[in-house]
Design a protein around this ligand. Structure first.
Ligand code: NIG
Ligand code: FE
Length: 421
């Protein structure tokens, strides 16, 4: 078998290289390779440049050639840095109730909300959860997503959180994308927990996270800091223990009220996600830190809430990622490309800022430096669109889907040949 694969020519390649992690970006800064090609070696990129140059390189002699006809634009495979796609059941009823005037927190108090999904997810077998993850991951693949963070958080007991972590690990072996698991046992305090909230969190550390670590099921821990979820005090006590164990931290922060982002900064979290309620104070704090601010426009669209102040975060010098938050409650749509395009239109983000938010800046939120940019040595993860102008991708607001997706050097989705692995 040939070691090399040469793919091209592309009308344009957006390598997303040589761009800063933080701050505003103009479209003029975006590097574009016209009539470009990619030489792949195994699962990674060997070289990238003008197609003609690659064609005359010595490696090209023995390379398998995937010659493209017509217009094509390639960008890095999309990274969705925040999802909850491991769940059972639907919350269509919550959605209808919210639109009829009830608040997210009211619905939760009345037995809907996250707890409803917990009840259904507890009843599901590990295998049923695996199937659900695979089904949703396949949908994300058609959007060009090659890396998906997946949280637990609908088990809320040692037993059921472990079942979720195992389901995510198993699904990871059966999807073409990389699934990045995160333990969100601190999603909300379980309604059936009889004693203090802190007892639950300590139980999670002692009886779940120790095993999660031992079994290599995840190195990431998340917590939802909010009224109706966990208080700042509880979060600080929990995260102190979590940090001591060496887990990377991410926080559901400032969704309805502030407080979470300050804790994310205090603990040097990889990311603070949501931030719809962040004020100037939180924006300044985040911008001065290394924490990636992750906007979740799918939750704003699902809840009918304001968007994360993405423009102000970038102008203050912050690093902005954009993720789908795909979950059965607040963000059932799960279509990151559509959501990112809409956020761009409402927040007045340049195309460069939106594309950075779903590629290398999102990869940084997952502490992954081997993807999100098309450069030599990185994983050969590509989303390819049938157009000759990259501006068409966001202009079409998610309607222009990739025609091809490559993951780790393999063509895993080909619209015209109906290939979807
Ligand atoms: O990110 N805010 C908390 N957690 C999820 C919602 C989960 C759910 O409603 O099931 C979120 O929006
Ligand atoms: Fe979330």
């Amino acid at each position: 078998m040939n070691r090399y694969t040469l793919v091209g020519p592309f009308s344009q390649i957006l390598p997303m290289t040589a761009l800063p992690l933080k701050g505003a970006l103009s479209d003029e800064e975006l590097p574009i390779i016209d009539d470009g090609g990619l030489l792949l070696s195994g699962n990674s990129i060997h070289s990238i440049g003008p197609y003609k140059d690659l064609l005359s390189s010595p490696e090209a002699d023995t390379a398998t050639k995937v010659e493209l006809e017509g217009k094509h634009v390639a960008m890095p495979g999309i990274v969705d840095a925040h999802t909850h796609i491991c769940f059972a059941g639907s919350r269509a009823r919550d959605y209808a109730m919210r639109n009829a005037g009830k608040s997210y927190l009211d619905i939760a108090r009345e037995g809907g909300g996250i707890w409803d999904t917990v009840t259904r997810t507890r009843k599901a077998t590990e295998e049923e959860l695996v199937k659900g993850i695979i089904k949703r991951a396949k949908r994300h693949l058609k959007n060009g997503t090659t890396t998906i963070e997946v949280k637990s958080g609908y088990g809320l007991s040692v037993e059921h959180e472990m079942k979720m972590m195992k389901a995510i690990a198993k699904a990871n072996t059966q999807t073409s994308q990389d699934l990045i698991p995160t333990c969100l046992a601190a999603h909300i305090p379980p309604k059936d927990w009889q004693t203090e909230v802190m007892d639950y969190l300590n139980r999670i550390v002692d009886d779940l996270l120790v095993d999660v670590k031992k079994q290599g099921l995840s190195n990431r821990v998340d917590i939802f800091i909010e009224e109706g979820a966990f208080s700042s005090g509880e979060a600080i006590a929990y995260l102190s223990r979590v940090a001591e164990m060496g887990f990377d931290i991410t926080v559901h922060a400032d969704q309805f009220s502030t407080g979470g982002s300050e804790i994310a900064v205090k603990f040097g979290a990889l990311s603070a996600d949501h931030l719809e309620a962040s004020t100037e104070k939180e924006i300044e704090l985040l911008a001065a830190s290394d924490v990636i601010a992750t906007a979740l426009p799918g939750a704003s669209l699902g809840l009918g809430c304001p968007f994360t102040p993405a423009r102000r975060l970038l102008d203050a010098g912050g690093a902005l990622a954009i993720a789908s938050d795909h979950n059965p409650g607040s963000a059932p749509m799960g279509d990151l490309l559509t959501q990112a395009a809409i956020l761009g239109a409402f927040e007045k983000l340049s195309n460069a800022e939106v594309l950075a938010g779903i590629t290398y800046r999102a990869a940084a939120a997952l502490n992954l430096s081997d993807r999100g940019r098309l450069e030599s040595g990185n994983l050969a993860d590509l989303a390819v669109f049938h157009t000759d102008n990259y501006n068409e991708i966001l202009y079409n607001q998610g309607d222009l889907k990739p025609c091809m997706v490559w993951k780790s050097g393999q063509l895993v989705y080909d619209k015209h040949n109906n290939l979807s692995k």
